[in-house]
Design a protein around this ligand. Structure first.
Ligand code: PGA
Length: 242
């Protein structure tokens, strides 16, 4: 896994955006997957500005949502869909035909997981997945202990996620399960970019990079991906021994 350390969050966001834009220039119908959360907000701003300035055209691309809190949709302020639509999909002016997102209120959740899996298979797989790293090393809502063989699935949330996830919501919110693309989607994606910023991520970044490759730290599994990169800002890199 290549590691790029940028001096600031702004530089980190710009470096990841550069990769995304170069890919879309090469492959105008790229299949892209972005996370929600705090980590990608700077990246989203750069992408939205680039689109406004005519430097990139996403009109041929497909966008796949990574995950959602079970039982929520875009009307829940703090849901993943709320974040990614308001910060990326709407500002980019994407059409509904370009965006695919879990319905985390679906009555038949296995069918909903299968629907998203089929979208990805029919499109020939994901070209680029950008992922944040959870405080417990999760990717999407693939929590510690996850099977690496899963495609889309529903999972019980780890206690760290239930606590840390409160930051997205205006009031205390009961979080119990999530629906998420699986580790297998990530491992089969052509390119994977993990992003982390800030001092609070430095310990988990060290475990991801220098610890044992284990499903107890899901992000560590990406070290087995043949085309993965880790983009850090200076602060999140500070516990690394390299
Ligand atoms: P964050 O979340 O970007 O809000 O830090 C990352 C994650 O939990 O995957």
């Amino acid at each position: 896994m290549d590691i790029t350390i940028s001096e600031s969050y702004e530089a980190l966001s710009a470096n990841v955006a550069k990769e995304v834009i170069e890919l879309v220039h090469r492959k105008t119908n790229a299949v892209l997957c972005f996370p929600s959360g705090d980590t990608p907000m700077g990246l989203f701003k750069v992408l939205v500005n680039a689109k406004r300035e005519g430097k990139v055209d996403f009109s041929g691309c497909a966008f796949i949502g990574l995950d959602e809190w079970l039982g929520m949709d875009e009307s829940d302020e703090g849901s993943c869909k709320y974040f990614i639509y308001s910060e990326l999909f709407i500002p980019l002016g994407l059409s509904p035909e370009q965006t695919y997102f879990f319905d985390a209120k679906a009555a038949d959740l296995p069918k909903e997981c299968n629907r998203i899996d089929q979208v990805i298979f029919e499109k020939g797989g994901i070209d680029l997945m950008v992922l944040g790293i959870g405080m417990n090393g999760h990717l999407g809502l693939n929590e510690p202990g996850i099977s690496p063989d899963n495609y889309s699935h529903v999972m019980e949330l780890d206690k760290v996620t239930k606590v840390v996830g409160q930051k997205y919501f205006p009031a205390e919110t009961l979080l119990s399960k999530g629906i998420s693309l699986g580790i297998r989607h990530i491992m089969e994606s052509n390119r994977v970019i993990l992003m982390a910023n800030g001092k609070r991520k430095s310990d988990i970044v060290r475990l991801v990079v220098e610890g044992k490759i284990s499903n107890q730290i899901p992000a560590s599994l990406i070290r087995n991906h043949p085309n993965a990169a880790l983009y850090l800002d200076f602060e999140s890199s500070q516990s690394l021994r390299i």
